[in-house]
Design a protein around this ligand. Structure first.
Ligand SMILES: [Zn+2]
Ligand SMILES: [Zn+2]
Length: 120
């Protein structure tokens, strides 16, 4: 009776374990800088409301310097929450480049960046 119980517990445990393995295989991240699948633990960065993953801190730094180079879609103007930002109108805050639709939006951001960067 005890023997059967142990077998049952062991089976449950191995079941859970393979489940954990499966999750880590399923979540594949692609480094936007090198355009390659990240094999190690990815570096997480939130930028204009989206999470980006990088293979190394070097890639993260390149992204922060020139996000427009690596973002395929339109750039978000944070004060408007609209995807109409222009590459020529930008402001660098905390070593990260942000883009804006107009000079007045860039100015709004420059005055109170914390207002637009939640969680920072
Ligand atoms: Zn990378
Ligand atoms: Zn704007």
């Amino acid at each position: 009776m005890l023997f059967i119980l142990i077998i049952t517990i062991f089976n449950n445990f191995s079941g859970d374990f393979s489940g954990v393995n499966k999750i880590s295989v399923d979540s594949v991240y692609i480094c936007p800088v090198e355009n390659e699948v990240i094999m190690s633990e990815p570096i997480k960065l939130e930028y204009t409301g989206k999470i980006y993953y990088f293979c190394c801190s070097g890639c993260e730094m390149l992204f922060k310097k020139e996000p427009a180079r690596y973002i395929q879609k339109d750039l978000m103007c944070l004060p408007c929450s609209d995807y109409d930002a222009k590459r020529e109108i930008y402001f660098i805050y905390d070593e990260v480049k942000y883009y804006f639709c107009s000079r007045s939006c860039a100015e709004k951001f420059r005055k109170v960046p914390e207002k637009y960067l939640n969680g920072k």
